[in-house]
Design a protein around this ligand. Structure first.
Ligand SMILES: Cc1ncc(C[n+]2csc(CCOP(=O)(O)OP(=O)(O)O)c2C)c(N)n1
Length: 561
């Protein structure tokens, strides 16, 4: 599609976003106000949020579910807030395009009101971070923004627009050709295939392994490679662990599934990966969390690593056999290169034994009738009530551990998204996810500490009919750090509770007051009914589940020494 008529910058930006398939943008006024008028005409929803960070998280959740770039915006003074919201997208490899306004050159270096340098704020959280200072740059830099965000390992980009709200660019009239490059309207923009020779080398190592384990990372979701990963596992009877971000690659009930490995993990997954004689990482950054500080597996364990980014190969496990390419294409090629092999029975028995022991250990907790409600029981009820096509969006900390280890995904169409570490991410991200997939049930799982961050977005959800279900594991405080706080006090007198306890507040009541549905659950037997009522409500709903600060999530298993 191409035209070279003279148009306003506003029209150009709006039509380009439309052409790239953007259906919603998330922002805080005042940015591109003239463009907003064109966006309305083109049917793009303009979602004003209550903070720039929430806007970035919404764009992130939108991008993770839509497989398109998410767009967020802020004026000059909002840039720092917006940048802070890109940290999770950067760590989670999510293609978010951030647009900000920046005061013109004659305002620079003379104490301009409300402005610090934006470049350094965005540098650590973007792949691409540039200024747009004249309308003629708009066509090639906006196209480049989509190109950078959606290709290779996806990630956030930032365009700093001339004028504190971008007005000089959007008001200008110029010959601005609108060129939509189809490949970059979604991600992965391209699916590079690995070379035959490296596939053969990896296949040889996999065929020779006696105790192989696959670790599927977030790259499997980015590449939509889950079916291929499971097919590879089944062809050679290889057990599959996942990172938290990779959860959902294989059904939790699959006989080869060993659960989430690393620091937020199922004991059996860490045991299996530790005992492996070959670990096959697929789309995993092999960072501290998925490897439990590089102890699982131990250094020196042979590794095959499939990644789209050559710089990742061997970063943590020296000498890794690298397969560089898109995960879906690479695994498909590996499947072709490998002959089916009869299972190593003793390795499969070991898998079943360790998984069985872990399952037995947690099952009594998942069925607990305790009051206050145990999070494990909440997760079991959530697993049973989760619709086949649900998107489950989890916050970080204990919320990540509870959902990663205790929620069982039973259907291949279910999607699991997790915060890459930012407390409070999940609720706005879930709203963005729902904008991307209005026909899918979107359920957020968060603690009260996480929910406090962006609870004002309940108003946004109500205003835009973004009907998510938010389950709050409400223990009136920050549970995860409690043992450490008490360890720091030791026998010394003082008030450790001041460091983690909040005043009791009814989130269900707050939700009601903001026009949403609020349900409060105090007994385990009521959880299922409340979740089902929330899913049927067709309103933004908060299900506040009264839990306890003293409940501890599973500690990671680590090898001796
Ligand atoms: C931005 C940010 N600040 C601080 C933390 C550290 N942190 C992780 S979990 C947590 C407590 C979360 O409390 P809540 O959401 O209520 O869950 P709970 O532990 O009580 O289940 C904190 C403070 C973080 N991950 N991110």
């Amino acid at each position: 599609m191409e035209s070279d008529n003279t148009i306003t910058g506003a029209r150009f930006i709006a039509e380009t976003l439309k052409g790239y398939g953007v259906t919603h943008i998330f922002y805080v006024d005042a940015i591109l106000r003239k463009t907003m008028v064109d966006l309305e005409e083109l049917g793009i929803r303009r979602v004003i949020t209550h903070s720039e960070k929430a806007a970035a998280y919404m764009a992130d959740g939108y991008a993770r579910v839509s497989h398109k770039a998410g767009v967020c915006m802020a004026q000059s003074v909002g840039a720092a807030n917006l940048a802070s919201g890109l940290q999770d997208a950067y760590l989670g490899l999510s293609p978010v395009i951030a647009l900000t306004g920046k005061k013109p050159p004659l305002f620079q270096y003379r104490n301009a009101y409300q402005e610090v340098q934006h470049g350094p704020l965005f540098a650590p959280v973007t792949k691409y971070n540039v200024d747009v200072v004249t309308p003629a740059q708009l066509p090639y830099l906006l196209r480049q923004a989509f190109r950078e965000a959606t290709s290779g390992a996806p990630g956030p980009v930032h365009l700093d627009l001339l004028g504190h709200s971008g007005r000089p660019l959007e008001a200008a009239e110029a010959a601005l050709p609108i060129v939509i490059e189809e490949s970059f309207t979604r991600y992965p923009a391209f699916r590079p295939e690995p070379e035959d020779r490296v596939v053969e080398r990896a296949a040889h190592a996999i065929a020779a392994a006696k105790r192989p384990v696959i670790v599927a990372g977030g790259g499997v979701r980015i590449s939509s490679a889950a079916a291929e990963v499971v097919a590879l596992a089944e062809k050679l009877s290889i057990p599959v662990a996942t990172s938290v971000a990779g959860k959902g690659t294989i059904l939790d009930g699959h006989p080869l599934s060993v659960g989430v490995v690393g620091s937020y993990s199922a004991r059996c997954a860490n045991q299996m990966v530790s005992e492996a004689d070959l670990v096959i990482y697929i789309g995993s950054h092999t960072g501290d969390q998925v490897t439990h500080n590089w102890t699982v597996p131990s250094a020196g364990t042979p590794v095959v690593q499939i990644d789209i980014d050559p710089a990742e190969i061997g970063r943590s496990y020296a000498g890794a056999i690298g397969v560089v390419g898109d995960a879906k294409m690479a695994v498909a090629k590996l499947i072709t290169a490998l002959n089916a092999k009869s299972a190593n029975e003793s390795w499969l028995q070991r898998t079943q034994m360790l998984v069985g022991m872990w399952r037995d250990e947690i099952e009594s907790l998942r069925r607990s009738d305790a009051v206050p409600i145990r999070p494990e029981r909440l997760c079991k009820e959530l697993s049973d009530a989760l619709p086949d096509n649900a998107v489950l969006v989890s916050d970080t900390g204990y919320s990540s551990i509870w959902t990663a280890t205790m929620v069982h995904l039973n259907h291949p169409e279910q999607t699991y998204l997790r915060a890459a570490g930012s407390l409070g991410w999940a609720f706005p991200a879930a709203l963005g996810a729902k904008c991307a997939a209005p026909d899918r049930p979107v359920i957020c799982f968060t603690g009260d500490g996480g929910f406090w961050y962006h609870l004002s977005e309940l108003e946004t959800a109500h205003r835009h009919n973004i009907n998510t279900v938010t389950i709050i594991n409400n223990n009136n405080g920050f549970a995860q750090g409690i043992p450490d706080v008490h360890a720091m006090y030791g026998d010394r007198p003082g008030n450790p509770e001041e460091l983690y306890r909040f005043e009791p507040v009814s989130f269900a009541q707050i939700a009601q007051d903001m026009g949403c549905l609020g349900l409060r659950v105090e007994h385990p037997a009521e959880i299922s009914g409340a979740i089902r009522q929330a899913l049927a409500a067709e309103r933004p709903t908060v299900v506040e589940v009264m839990s306890g600060l003293h409940y501890r999530a599973p500690e990671p298993w680590a090898p001796a020494g």
